[in-house]
Design a protein around this ligand. Structure first.
Ligand code: ZN
Length: 70
């Protein structure tokens, strides 16, 4: 028997193997990522870790100074 071990997808953003490639639809998020990775092809998606990293940037922009930590 030949078990084909298909390698995990490689996240084009961080270059790490992932089994959970996400596809981003938010326009601002696409812009954020392209800002850092101009050669990134959005159809390739990115791993959930990268997506949540770039999503977290939104808080930086939207949270005013002095917001209390919960
Ligand atoms: Zn990644």
């Amino acid at each position: 028997m030949n078990s084909t071990t298909s390698p995990a997808d490689i996240c084009p953003l961080c270059g790490k193997p992932t089994d959970s490639i996400e596809h981003i639809t938010e326009e601002w998020l696409l812009r954020e990522i392209r800002n850092e990775h101009p050669e990134w092809v959005e159809a390739n998606g990115s791993c959930t870790r990268c997506v949540s990293y770039y999503r977290s940037l939104d808080h930086v922009f939207q949270t005013p100074d002095g917001e209390p930590n919960s």
